[in-house]
Design a protein around this ligand. Structure first.
Ligand code: DQA
Length: 138
């Protein structure tokens, strides 16, 4: 089972960025825990602050991997291009968010990804990623 986590803009700053919203753990530390927990999964991680790079990675993984866990961060609410990429690929995508976007500003209630996603997991902190990986295993 080959699964890739794709993180969008500003998620490279996890641990430092608005810790009251996103927690104080870096994604690298969390990713090591995920690798330890899901030893049977070939787990990869990609992060970019650039919309086109995220689309490129979705296209690449979208025909070779068994699952994609996507947190497109702010692009979730703006990017028709990322939404179209999710529609275009074969690999199922689970959309995740660390925070509960529905308890935040109105602009975060819109997602260009959800209509094409297999499912959406949000509001569980970093555990949202864990739950998304589990969803591919069950
Ligand atoms: C986020 C929620 C988005 O609204 C925000 O722009 C992010 C992170 C989350 O994981 O909670 O950067 O996707």
């Amino acid at each position: 089972m080959k699964i890739i986590i794709i993180n969008g803009p500003n998620l490279n700053l996890l641990g430092k960025r608005e810790p009251e919203v996103y927690g104080d753990t870096t994604f690298d530390d969390y990713f090591s825990k995920l690798q330890f927990k899901f030893k049977e999964v070939q787990l990869e991680y990609f992060q970019s602050n650039v919309e086109g790079e995220l689309i490129g990675k979705l296209q690449e993984a979208g025909f070779s991997h068994d699952g994609i866990v996507l947190n497109a961060a702010a692009y979730t609410h703006t990017s028709v291009g990322i939404g179209d990429a999710v529609k275009a690929i074969e690999t199922p995508v689970v959309e995740v968010h660390i925070s509960n976007t529905f308890s935040r500003e109105d602009f975060r209630h819109i997602s260009y990804i959800s209509p094409a996603a297999k499912g959406v997991i949000l509001g569980f902190g970093l555990q949202s990623y864990d739950l998304a990986i589990q969803s591919f295993l069950e």
